[in-house]
Write a new protein. Structure first.
Lengths: 315, 258
């Protein structure tokens, strides 16, 4: 059974003064995340990542489609007791201290009152906020609030943790700490579904990613599989400084040294370039594929044309 | 009360206290002390009347202002600040959130009224040098004032579930004013004919009847309050608040939290 099963979730908002205009935030989305996986939900700002998370959390209702988490429907309180959620740029009750806030959330999540105090202490320790545990949140920095946000998401030992842009607003040290925390959660057998537009974070952490753009899922899979599908470039180096005229237009980059030439060409042109070098009698030194990054794949997906679909409100 | 409602109510109460809502008690204490001293010097034999009237009216007005201005933000502030996201993503149903907020603010107003009531009795003891058995009817007047707060809290919460804070405050305040003249509206309806009568009667019965909940003048003059009125008012407020809260839940259950 998948941990998260999204079955055609679609969201169309009615906008304008008379709410007659339709704005599609999410095209029918089909997605499945397995237990124990770190799944990265990628996309530029406004792609529909937060809308998807809000639907999964029951904060926004889908126009059509449904989803199941741990095999249970989205409004099932038993399911909600087993998930944790960190919203984007979280804001908490700032009249409370970190300890009071976590105690409150623990009570709402049904954590046993006998264990609550200990759990709050442990989770504060995990996010390195023990020293500030009794300070009101209105005195916290943005990075500290983000850590409180992560603490409240994992406090009740959920099976699945949803994190919306967990690294946003954090300094490099903070980002590394959050990355370590996510890795620890995975090691503890948790499923993590996190949205981000920071590709290096996704590349470092995710087992699989899904790319969302303008409400459409443009690609989903393991990062090596996805990047393999993008035609990359190759770096070709030969002895000498001579450059055959017929292939010069194919060069993306060209570097000349005292006795070698190093060029980067698209993978598609590799054979033509090599054949030309052989014909000209130039001595080949190396042919090295240039690694395709997630960013290359991401940019390629964002450049694809959108599926055209009409939207009507049916009013 | 289910435990989640209790925890939400407790947090609402704690937020009100830490946001210095109870500081109004200082203003009230100053007002009632000044009134007691002043009345003691200028009134002849009507000290009790003036202190009870002034004290209970102040209790009512202070509470109504708190009920409206905190009540209108109970839902909208949580949506604007997105504090609701981390609550509703837990095993908390939306109706439980509304109920918790309602009980939290109502509790705050009860505590506030309790301290003000102590002030009123202290001022009364100061001007008349002793308390009499009839003064116990002041407790009934205070109970009715708390019932008014219950309706106003439910009204503010109802409007807050779909409207902006400014409109919610405006609607709640207008209904309080109209409701304070509900009996006059009923009398006016009886004098009219045709469609006007129909509309005036409907309006008179739809708006919350705050005039029946105001027995300050009677209590100040030493009159007794019939038990029947206490029971009827209690039932009326329970039903009226329940209808408003049900409306708030129905609207809030369908609302997208963008």
């Amino acid at each position: 059974m998948p941990a998260i099963e999204i079955l055609g979730l679609e969201k169309i908002y009615s906008v304008g003064f008379w709410r007659k205009r339709a704005k599609r935030a999410l095209h029918p989305l089909h997605l499945s995340v397995e237990e124990g996986e770190i799944f990265g939900f990628l996309g530029p700002n406004g792609a529909g990542k937060t809308t998807t998370l809000k639907i999964l959390m029951g904060l926004v209702f889908p126009t059509s489609g449904t989803a199941r988490i741990l095999g249970m429907h989205l409004d099932d309180p038993r399911m909600k007791a087993q998930i944790g959620f960190l919203p984007e740029q979280p804001y908490f009750y700032d009249h409370l201290t970190a300890r009071e806030l976590l105690t409150y959330y623990g009570q709402l999540s049904g954590v046993d009152s006998g264990q609550l105090r200990e759990k709050v202490g442990d989770v504060l320790d995990q996010v390195k906020l023990t020293d500030s545990a009794n300070v009101q949140l209105r005195k916290f920095s943005k990075g500290m609030l983000q850590r409180v946000g992560i603490a409240q998401a994992i406090l009740h030992d959920p099976k699945i943790v949803f994190l919306d842009e967990p690294m946003s607003g954090l300094d490099p040290m903070g980002r590394r700490e959050v990355r370590n925390l996510i890795e620890n959660l995975k090691a503890a057998g948790k499923t993590i579904f996190f949205s981000t537009h920071i590709l290096s974070d996704a590349e470092a952490l995710c087992d699989r990613v899904g790319i969302l753009h303008r409400g459409q899922l443009r690609g989903v899979g393991a990062i090596p599989e996805l990047t393999a599908s993008v035609h990359g470039n190759v770096e070709i180096t030969w002895r000498g400084t001579k450059t055959p005229a017929g292939i010069r237009t194919m060069f993306l980059e060209c570097h000349a040294t005292a006795d070698t030439m190093r060029v980067v060409v698209p993978e598609n042109n590799q054979e033509v370039v090599l054949e030309t070098l052989r014909r000209e009698g130039l001595r080949l030194i190396s042919v090295i594929p240039v690694r395709t990054s997630l960013e290359d794949y991401f940019v390629a997906q964002l450049g694809k044309p959108e599926k055209m679909e009409s939207v009507s409100l049916g009013t | 009360m289910n435990s989640r409602i209790f925890h939400i109510a407790t947090n609402t109460f704690r937020e009100a206290v830490r946001d210095r809502v109870l500081y109004n008690l200082v203003a009230f204490a100053l007002l009632i002390s000044a009134a007691a001293v002043l009345v003691g010097q200028i009134s002849i034999h009507i000290e009790r009347l003036v202190v009870i009237n002034l004290g209970l009216t102040a209790v009512s007005l202070f509470g109504i202002v708190i009920a409206i201005f905190i009540g209108i933000g109970l839902v909208s502030k949580e949506i604007d600040k997105r504090t609701l996201y981390t609550v509703l993503s837990r095993p908390v149903r939306r109706w439980e959130f509304i109920a918790g907020k309602f009980f939290g603010l109502s509790g705050t107003l009860v505590v506030n009224t309790f301290f003000m009531a102590i002030g009123v009795f202290a001022a009364l003891a100061y001007v008349s040098h002793h308390l009499v058995a009839a003064d116990l009817w002041i407790l009934v007047a205070l109970y009715f004032i708390v019932l008014q707060f219950v309706i106003i809290t439910a009204l503010a919460l109802f409007f807050s579930s779909f409207s902006t804070p400014i409109f919610s405050a405006l609607f709640a305040f207008l209904l309080f004013i109209i409701g304070s003249f509900a009996n006059d509206l009923r009398n006016f309806a009886a004098l009219t004919h045709g469609v006007t009568r129909w509309f005036a009667t409907a309006a008179a019965y739809l708006v919350p009847n705050f005039s029946e909940l105001n027995v300050i003048a009677e209590v100040a003059h030493g009159a007794t309050i019939p038990a029947r009125l206490i029971i009827l008012n209690s039932v009326y407020v329970a039903v009226y608040a329940l209808v408003l809260l049900s409306g708030a839940v129905l609207i809030f259950e369908r609302r997208n939290l963008k």
